[in-house]
Structure formats: C-alpha cells, structure tokens
Design a protein around this ligand. Sequence first.
Ligand SMILES: [Zn+2]
Ligand SMILES: [Zn+2]
Length: 213
Amino acid sequence: MINVQTLTLGPMYNNTYIITDEVTGDVAVVDPSFRLRALLESVDSMKYKVKLILLTHRHFDHLLGAAALKELTGAKIAIHALDKDGLTDPEISRAAFQGRLSADVQTPVSADIHLTDGDLLYLGKTEIEVLHTPGHTEGSVCFMIGNALFSGDTLFAGDIGRTDLPTGDMDDMRRSLRNIAARPGIGAVYPGHGEATTLAAELANNPYLNGEC
Ligand SMILES: [Zn+2]
Ligand SMILES: [Zn+2]
C-alpha cells in the first residue's frame, strides 16, 4: 500500500507527489519542480527515505527541483531515455524560453535510470510500472503504482497535454491514450497539473477518451 501526498507548487500549479511505501517508509517523489524549499520541508523528516525521483517528462516545470533533491537525499533520478537531455539542456527542458525563469535557474544533473516502456522499479516492496506514453513529448511516461496512475502532462481531468511543443505529436498522443484506456486496473489518476481524477471519470467525461474528439 502507498500513501500519496500532493503538493501544488509554483506559478504553473505543478503537482509534486510524495509517495510513501507504507511498509518500509521508502519515498518516491514525482516531478519535483518549483518552490523546492516547500518540498524539502515536506520531505525533511524522511530525507534518508527518499529513494527515487520519478520524472514524467523533460519539461522544466516537472524537473527543476530534481538536482537539489538528489543532492539532499541521494535518491536516483529516473526519466525516459528519450527525455533525459532535458535534465542537462535548458533549451530541451524549455527553461531557457521562460524569460525571468532563465536557463541559469536550472541546475544540470544527470539521470541515474533511463526508463523504457514496461520497466519495473521498486519502492520498498511496491512495484512501479513504467508506461511509455509519447504525445506531449517523445519521452513522456506515466507511472503505474498499485491502481494509481501518475499521468504527468499526458492526461488531465477533462483534458490532455498539448502536443504542439517540440517532439509532441497528436497521433502518438491518441495511441498513448488508447493504451491507457485499455489498461485494466487503473483507478485514481494523478496528473501533472490540476485535480486528481479517476480513469472511469475520464472515460465518461474527457472528450479525448469518450470519443467526442
Ligand atoms: Zn510538459
Ligand atoms: Zn507541465
């Protein structure tokens, strides 16, 4: 069993998820980004328990906190191989195009684990399955933990991620959404932005999943 804590931080309302394996107390952090201090305060009491930093994709608003969190905790950073260069190149992460949020805000750090579809990671005894879901970026992934799906910028409550940024592709996105919809056992969906939802609710109401568009 896992416990999921949600922190919604920064100007783009990014959801950072703190996932705890309730048996071992081991912790994974999904998409550490803005306002690292608030995140670090949240994990301070368990900083030696943070084992994994799980990144859904290459964009700066999902990984700006990864370098400092790794330094503090020694956790391993995992990202899909196709998106890993976002960790070291602020043009690929798009941090370089954010004006005030200039490139030097991003501390380069290398990935420890290059993910590919179907990979299994372990947090204590909890299995984490990697679903490669290109569309928003070529290396976007969702993480399946128990019956919860951490969907990054692939799937939101009532919407999907944009596909007009570099390496985005609407055909890939449609395929990825079909794969998610066809997968048995998904209950809660925890997106990169906005409210948590369920796959059942999205199959009923999300126009990209219920056949309306
Ligand atoms: Zn994104
Ligand atoms: Zn985002």
